[in-house]
Design a protein around this ligand. Structure first.
Ligand SMILES: *Cc1c(COP(=O)(O)O)cnc(C)c1O
Length: 353
């Protein structure tokens, strides 16, 4: 750290992304990426003409992409905002709406805490229930920014739209941000509620169900006034925050919805397979509506399973925090990857006998 750094940032605990090691080829089940490539039409959209146009700035309004999204999701363009990954939107949301503090579940996406600290937002966390679920009734902190990942990460558990509506209703004087990064894998989106509540902000991403983690593209829906607040911050920081190639790829992906819906179906099938197999091997698996499962067993410690899998060329995500340290979060990949994963877990269990 240099002596020039603003004191405000010197004690920040930064977010730790999942590892992307280059030492050998791993089966990567650690960062919830898609095992499937973007669709052919998405790939074709990023063509030589678009690359030549990189000399020009991208459209700061992202009009074409926003129109495509509005049409696909059945909302008005004024209710859509797109950004450089949904992390970018979360960042802005803490900046914009955290004035009276924030609240989020104790176990959830690790970035919420980082953004709260970055923007000096006073935050409180609510413990999960015994079964790792979120009790919607406990989120009554009117005035604070409430942030809920639905499905939650790393548990994969999903609240119903009714429960989300309860939270939104209970907090009329604070923004309720529902992070739907994993909603396409079996949960029900609360998007229709934006027409009814002015304090609801629903975020989503192209990183998981749309196979574009490397393109960095996120989006959100809300009442026009909230969208305008986000635009206000964007035009005060980085108006061209989405590059031209990502804009055209994103639009093509939206227009090729059938391909991505089919991929989600396959992921859900592969998830069911993985859950059944893991349970057969003595694991407790939290019921997941995401493209990952969260599992523990009493025959191997979470950290040990993580290391043994890594030794054998499979990466999963392990978290050190006390309550979940016996678990691993396993991304659902292709069926071949999941068979290999299960085979390897079996092998590890046999080696221990
Ligand atoms: C992956 C993830 C995001 C971030 O998505 P990007 O669009 O890649 O920035 C946001 N929220 C949750 C809960 C996630 O798991």
């Amino acid at each position: 750290m240099s002596r020039f750094l603003n004191d405000r940032y010197s004690s920040l605990e930064v977010y730790t992304p999942g590892e992307q090691p280059k030492d050998k080829k791993y089966i990567k089940l650690n960062t919830n990426e898609s095992p499937f490539p973007p669709s052919e039409k998405t790939v074709a959209a990023v063509n030589a003409d678009e690359i030549r146009d990189l000399r020009l700035y991208s459209d700061p309004e992202c009009s074409e992409l926003k129109m495509a999204m509005a049409q696909s999701y059945g909302v008005k363009t004024e209710n859509v905002y797109v950004a450089n990954g949904s992390d970018d939107i979360l960042n802005f949301a803490f900046m914009a709406f955290g004035q009276n503090g924030a609240v989020f579940p104790e176990i959830s996406y690790g970035f919420y805490k980082v953004f709260a600290e970055l923007h000096v937002v006073d935050y409180i966390t609510v413990p999960l229930e015994k079964d790792f679920s979120i009790d919607a009734d406990k989120y009554c902190f009117n005035g604070r920014l409430t942030v809920i990942a639905n499905p939650n990460a790393p548990t994969g558990l999903c609240l119903s739209v009714k429960e989300i509506e309860q939270i939104v209703k209970n907090n009329p004087d604070g923004v309720v941000l529902i992070d739907e990064a994993y909603i396409d894998f079996g949960g029900e989106s609360c998007l229709p509620l934006i027409n009814k509540y002015k304090n609801l902000l629903v975020t989503g991403t192209f990183s998981k169900s749309r196979s574009m983690a490397g393109a960095r593209l996120g989006f959100c829906f809300a009442d026009k006034e909230i969208i305008d607040d986000l635009r206000r911050i964007k035009y005060s920081t980085n108006p061209y925050n989405i590059n031209r190639l990502t804009l055209v790829a994103g639009k093509a992906a939206i227009e090729d919805d059938a391909y991505y819906t089919e991929n989600c179906k396959r992921i859900i099938e592969n998830r069911e397979y993985t859950v059944a197999q893991l349970e057969g091997l003595g694991f407790r698996v939290i019921p997941s509506k995401a493209n990952f499962v969260f599992a523990e067993s009493d025959w191997i410690d979470g950290a040990e399973l993580y290391s043994k899998l890594k030794e054998k060329g499979i990466l999963v995500r392990h978290f050190d925090s006390e309550r979940i340290k016996n678990f691993n979060r396993i991304t659902i990949g292709s069926i071949e990857e999941m068979r290999e994963f299960i085979k390897t877990v079996k092998q590890i269990s046999e080696e221990l006998q």
